[in-house]
Ligand binder design. Structure first.
Ligand code: CP
Length: 321
């Protein structure tokens, strides 16, 4: 259902709602397209006219630093007109429904919505309701999906490791509440990574996690053994409705990434984190700022990957210049 919704009849990307159901060639096309935009950030004029005349609205119903700003920069670099809706001061606070907000924005001849929402399925719902010429990009919905984050992570891995086959990847932390982990696992599996480990206390792993194509482990030293990539995740306290952990210091002792634990990984391991990072909770400062860390490169790559997704979606609608 979602697969058909996000693709045109000829299999091109129309909406980007989830990694689920997307093929390896399509994910590779996103990475290759992003590659062509990476060098642009070094140019004096950081713009191409691909989306000139297009109007994009950033609809962020949930807080964001990295995703909102990199989507805005990406749209600006593609020469689109971008509007950032301030939800806190919009009529949503007067009781207007999501659908009515969308209908009103649609009436302003919008071409694309970039949507972040605390409810899983919100971007999918909007994609079902909008006019056919409008593309919807999911910028994170509840615990469900964060597909552009996963793709910028895949881009960063490919930049450093050149290929996906044969890699060992560990994802550590609050898998249960993480839309990022779900999207990363789908992307890694699709791109050919067969050794994906999730490392967390039992309380922070979904009951059916192994059905997602991963190995579940509860010991960092064992889980990090010989890995090429470590992806650390934040504790998503805003999604925890009960006590999942004894204390943050106990969590850091067992599951926080320290220099000592990192020694179990390969000597050229890369350390990733989608952000925001909580230093001393899931990652030591010396690791976050250390020589293995590519955390800020992930942020930079987010611009190119979001440019790729937006231009591909507009192109499939016959709209990109
Ligand atoms: N990684 C990520 O989604 O960060 P923000 O919440 O700051 O957008």
């Amino acid at each position: 259902m979602t697969r058909h919704l996000q693709l045109t009849e000829s299999g091109k990307l129309k909406h980007f709602l989830t990694i689920e159901g997307l093929s390896k060639p399509l994910l590779t096309e996103i990475l290759d397209t992003a590659e062509s935009f990476v060098d642009m950030s070094e140019h004096q004029v950081k713009k191409v006219p691909l989306l000139r005349g297009k109007t994009i609205i950033n609809l962020f119903f949930e807080n964001s630093t990295r995703t909102r700003t990199t989507f805005e920069l990406a749209a600006t670099r593609l020469s689109a007109d971008v509007l950032n809706m301030n939800i806190a001061t919009s009529a949503t606070s007067k009781g207007e429904s999501l659908l009515d907000t969308i209908r009103n924005l649609e009436a302003m001849q919008v071409d694309m919505f970039v949507v972040r929402h605390a409810l899983s399925g919100a971007a999918h719902f909007i994609a079902q309701q909008t006019a056919p010429h409008i593309s919807v990009i999911n910028a994170g919905d509840g615990q469900h999906a964060h597909p552009t984050q996963a793709m910028l992570d895949m881009f960063t891995i490919r930049q450093h490791k050149k290929q996906f086959e044969g890699l060992k990847v560990a994802i550590v932390g609050d898998i249960l509440h993480s839309r990022v982990a779900r999207s990363q696992i789908l992307a890694l599996n699709t791109l050919g990574v067969t050794d994906v480990r999730v490392i967390a206390p039992k309380t922070l792993l979904p009951a059916d996690v192994t059905s997602m194509g991963v190995t579940a482990l509860h010991d960092m030293n064992e889980g990090l053994n010989d890995v090429d990539v470590v992806i650390m995740l934040r504790l998503q306290k805003e999604r925890m409705n009960s006590a999942f952990l004894p204390s943050e210091s106990e969590y850091f002792r067992c599951f926080g990434l320290s220099e000592a634990k990192l020694k179990h990984a390969k000597s050229d391991v890369i350390v990733m984190h989608p952000g925001p990072i909580n230093r001393g909770v899931e990652i030591a400062s010396s690791v976050a700022d250390g020589s293995h860390s590519v955390i800020l490169q992930q942020v930079s790559n987010g611009i190119a990957v979001r440019m790729a997704v937006m231009s591909m979606a507009m192109q499939s609608q016959g709209g990109a210049a």
